[in-house]
Design a protein around this ligand. Structure first.
Ligand code: MN
Length: 527
């Protein structure tokens, strides 16, 4: 018997070694999206890959595909964002505890404290649910930021959501709308504020058809009609400008097209009262050059050859946008009756504009060239101390979140946005905490609030029948102080009823008022 066991063990070891030698397709696809990773970095990703494969063995997605596909897709998205190996590994592992069979202990043992911290953060963030109340969107965005505590957690969650959105058609219809709305109202704006514009655009365009189906159809028709002519116009302009630049001695430059996203176009259309002819930046031609001096040379050559439109020349290099965005914009007449927007920038500016905060976390920053070290993203990272150098995860959210959020507020730049900026500056977190019902609904309470305040906030009847409470699955006394992120389960019974003593410790007026009125009613009945 023992021999048989030994034989089986040896056989298993052989299989493992064979697996280790042959790089599976999924893993290779992740590697292919990275560059400059050393063997140690690759091995970390490989270990995470095999670990997750085992943890999700036999599990299927709603689409019928193996669950593991979702983790490979998340990792690919993170690699596209230029994330380092730790973040990519954490992305592969992000569901292994919550949905797979792995334990925290295993993850800690195999991958260490930092990766466990990231996976844990993503799991906590997953409990925050959109409740379908637009007036609470700002609170929810703040809650997301505060809960994640580390911008890398948010980025993993974005990468996760990006794949979930692209497979949303397999999800139940009622759930589909909630997820899409949450993506559009919470995730996409946050990605935008972190400067990760490629991501916010993708998230918006994937949600748009589910959230506003009618508007989407209309916009798609307009764009379909326009983008063909726009694209050929852009290509002609590209050839024409490239020739002019070369003729003027410019050697090192490249061009790319940018077509406006459907949702972004829809928003702009609304602002222009439905007049699509007033939208000049449906498409833009980007000219990317090595140095800042080259940017101005290009601008000179362009204006010598094409008449610029008055009022549309913007030098965001000399005067960057408050969020750190740099580029020169100009809209010129093409000579055949059309207008084209040109955006002139260096490679480093381009990277910063596309990836924002993400570009300062990943390996790509080493290739960046003339990085603007004063950019808001660097300051942001510096403030809450999360650098790719592998700092210790931060333990106390109170210490971290406000500084981080301040930075976001100071540097966010979206004139059309709601009052995110000003609201953040109100030192929101100093006075309020966010706690959850067991179903993940968010309840906002003042600092120092107790389970009794929570109960009355949920419903008068819950407060009036309260007999006990579990906070994070542990029984605690009714006067305990609640903390940000606590999950609270109120126990009710027929015998439960408010007492005068509760008035000594409740913090909200609402609870106080309801307790008093209950007691008064009871007294009246006795008489
Ligand atoms: Mn996931």
């Amino acid at each position: 018997m023992k021999e048989v066991e030994e034989l089986a063990y040896k056989e298993a070891q052989k299989v493992k070694k064979r697996q280790a030698k042959k790089i599976p397709d999924g893993l290779q696809e992740i590697y292919d999206r990275t560059s400059g990773f050393d063997q140690k970095a690759k091995n970390l990703i490989r270990d995470a890959y095999f670990f997750a494969q085992e943890a999700h063995e036999g599990q299927l997605r709603k689409s019928g595909e193996p669950y593991f596909i979702h983790l490979v897709a998340t990792a690919k998205n993170l690699a596209d964002l230029g994330m380092d190996a730790k973040v990519i590994a954490a992305g592969i592992l992000h569901d292994s505890i919550e949905d797979g069979v792995a334990t925290e202990e295993q993850l800690l043992y195999e991958f260490g404290e930092e990766i466990l911290f990231l996976v844990d953060g993503v799991t906590k963030l997953g409990r925050v649910r959109y409740q379908g109340m637009r007036r609470h969107n700002e609170s929810l965005r703040k809650l997301f930021v505060a809960t994640s505590r580390d911008v890398r957690v948010l980025i993993i969650k974005f990468a996760d959501r990006l794949h979930n959105m692209s497979t949303l058609e397999h999800v139940r219809e009622d759930k589909r709308e909630r997820i899409a709305t949450e993506t559009l109202e919470i995730y996409a704006p946050l990605a935008y504020r972190l400067g990760i514009t490629t991501l916010s655009k993708q998230l918006e365009d994937l949600s748009f058809p589910y959230v506003y189906p009618e508007e989407y159809k209309k916009v798609r028709e307009i764009l379909k009609e326009r983008s063909k002519q726009t694209l050929s116009k852009l290509e002609r302009m590209d050839r024409s400008i490239s020739k002019k630049l070369a003729a003027n001695g410019m050697r090192k430059f490249r061009t790319t097209n940018r077509i406006k996203g459907t949702y972004s176009f829809y928003r702009k259309l609304e602002r222009k009262k439905g007049d699509a002819d007033k939208i000049y930046d449906i498409a833009a031609l980007r000219i990317i050059v090595p140095t800042v001096a080259d940017c101005y040379s290009v601008l000179g050559i362009v204006h010598q050859n094409y008449r610029p439109m008055v009022g549309r020349i913007k030098d965001y290099i000399a005067v960057p946008k408050p969020n750190g965005y740099r580029s020169i914009h100009t809209t010129v007449f093409t000579g055949d009756g059309g207008l084209v927007e040109l955006q002139i920038r260096t490679e480093a500016m381009h990277l910063d504009a596309e990836l924002g905060a993400a570009s300062h976390l990943g390996y790509k920053k080493r290739e960046g060239g003339d990085q603007n070290v004063d950019s808001w993203a660097v300051r942001l990272m510096g403030r809450f101390g999360s650098t790719p150098a592998g700092n210790k995860p931060l333990k106390d959210p109170k210490e971290v979140a406000p500084g981080w959020i301040d930075s976001l507020a100071d540097h966010s730049d979206n004139p059309e946005s709601d009052s995110f900026q000003t609201e953040l500056k109100d030192d929101f977190f100093g006075h309020q905490i966010f706690v959850f019902t067991p179903l993940g609904e968010v309840i906002v309470l003042p600092e120092g609030a107790t389970p009794v305040d929570f109960a009355f906030q949920v419903h008068s009847e819950v407060g009036n029948k309260m007999s006990g409470v579990k906070v994070n699955e542990k029984m605690v006394s009714l006067d305990s102080e609640l903390k940000n992120g606590d999950i609270i389960e109120v126990l009710t019974s027929k015998q439960g009823r408010p007492t005068v003593k509760w008035l000594d410790f409740v913090k909200t007026n609402e609870a106080r008022r309801k307790i008093r009125s209950f007691i008064e009613r009871e007294e009246a009945e006795k008489r």
